[in-house]
Design a binder for this molecule. Structure first.
Ligand code: DX5
Ligand code: ZN
Length: 229
């Protein structure tokens, strides 16, 4: 079943900008989320790490619930966990409008990627599949048409503020050719004013940006420039 409620307008006239909460100042998270919303963000990207799939720990469904209470930005949940099948419903219950999981997740040996997508769609949310830098597009072959979004990692997942890996752009180009106009192509990692133009030229239409926004002096101007306005 395809989702008919979309966090992502179809088709966007301009690329969507999803600031990554991981780069916010956690001591001022409520205020910063409100400010980034006012600055023109389209979504709020929420990085979920379990200390196994990636060498870092971040947050859980309670953060998504708090975001739904405190701002209008829809949480775009990026699961970097070994067992995504255990966390789909908790994040949907918390109010996630979109969930992406990694195709490399070991838990997919116990629950297929297409089942996870079906479970996300059954609750009216959109589903994304994420690819690590070294994973080829071919790994998505059987589910490419089921996903609402493909997330291409342009750094090794785990931390904000890493350098963009330009070699990942060939996957964006390939996916841009293969995805339908109703599917979104997201790029995540090291996206900033220097790297966004290449990502957009390759066909990305949802840009995740952490450090480039939250560590910039003027968030609104940065978001506009990332969009290419
Ligand atoms: C990395 C996360 C990214 C990260 C992006 O594992 O998936 O979303 O927070 O941060 P920047 O844009 O600073 O690379
Ligand atoms: Zn992310």
């Amino acid at each position: 079943m395809k989702s008919n409620v979309s966090v992502f307008p179809h088709p966007p006239h301009l690329p969507l900008i999803a600031p990554s909460l991981l780069a916010a100042d956690f001591g001022q998270i409520g205020r910063q989320v409100n400010e980034v919303e006012k600055a023109g963000a389209d979504l709020i990207h929420v990085d979920i790490m379990d200390g196994h799939f990636v060498p870092n720990l971040t947050m859980g469904p309670d953060m998504v619930q708090a975001l739904r209470r405190s701002c209008r930005l829809m949480p775009d949940v990026h699961l970097m966990v070994t067992d995504p099948q255990n966390f789909i419903e908790p994040f949907l219950d918390a109010g996630a409008g979109h969930i992406s999981f990694h195709i490399e997740a070991p838990g997919l040996a116990r629950c297929s990627a297409s089942d996870l997508i079906r479970r996300i769609h059954a609750r009216g949310a959109t589903a994304g599949v994420a690819l690590n830098p070294s994973t080829p597009v071919a790994a998505l072959e059987s589910i490419l048409s089921l996903a609402d979004l493909v997330l291409v990692m342009s750094v090794h997942p785990g931390f904000t503020g890493q350098n963009f890996m330009p070699e990942t752009l060939s996957k964006v180009t390939e996916l841009h050719r293969r995805l339908s106009p109703h599917q979104r192509l997201q790029i995540d990692g090291g996206i900033g004013l220097q790297t966004a133009p290449d990502a957009l030229r390759a066909g990305a239409d949802v840009l995740v940006a952490g450090a480039a926004i939250f560590r910039a002096p003027d968030w609104a101007a940065t978001i506009q420039r990332l969009r290419g306005e």
